[in-house]
Design a protein around this ligand. Structure first.
Ligand code: HEM
Length: 146
């Protein structure tokens, strides 16, 4: 097996995990959460963060191993992919910060108190992330073909 097959495999795995953790997070999230579910959301979000890092690293490695950085950097779809990926990363900071704020309550066995506005924002952000992720394979396929 050549190195680029291996890295392509890892890239796909990372993308699958990224997408599934986001779906799970969206399904678990509710304005009223019990402590166990809130804890689970925090764990899922941590895996989501790790998989986003893995997508980025394997993406860069593929750029080097497949056709070289210059090939991708002359295609608009690469920049579009990268910008969308950055937007997803940036908007996901808000839910992560909210989940981290729950930690004190969760350590003491209490369910977090989530106000309606925060819950609404988190739901919108998770949906926006999922929608943006749907566009990315199209951009990746586009840039792969020059
Ligand atoms: C969630 C975001 C991403 C998704 C869904 C995604 C998906 C994909 C898919 C489906 C392919 C296969 C394209 C094909 O061969 O037709 C691919 C290839 C690739 N991706 Fe990603 N990707 C993502 C993020 C990234 C990022 C951030 C980078 C760069 C840092 C990147 C770099 C690459 C490279 C270099 C290839 C190989 C293209 C080729 O075969 O020449 N990807 N990606």
């Amino acid at each position: 097996m050549s190195a680029n097959v291996f890295w392509a495999w890892l890239h796909y795995l990372a993308v699958f995990v990224l997408f599934s953790t986001l779906v799970v997070e969206h399904l678990l999230f509710r304005p009223q959460l019990d402590a166990a579910t809130a804890k689970r959301i925090g764990m899922v979000d941590a895996i989501y963060g790790l998989s986003a890092g893995a997508v980025l690293i394997t993406g860069f490695v593929r750029m080097a191993y497949e056709k070289g950085f210059a090939f991708y950097m002359q295609h608009w779809a690469f920049y579009a992919l990268f910008i969308l990926f950055a937007i997803v990363g940036l908007i996901s900071i808000y839910p992560t910060v909210v989940y981290l704020r729950w930690r004190k309550d969760l350590r003491e066995g209490r369910a977090p108190v989530i106000d309606a506005e925060t819950a609404r924002r988190i739901t919108i952000i998770l949906r926006a992330e999922l929608a943006l992720l749907l566009v990315m394979p199209l951009l990746a396929a586009w840039m792969a073909r020059g």
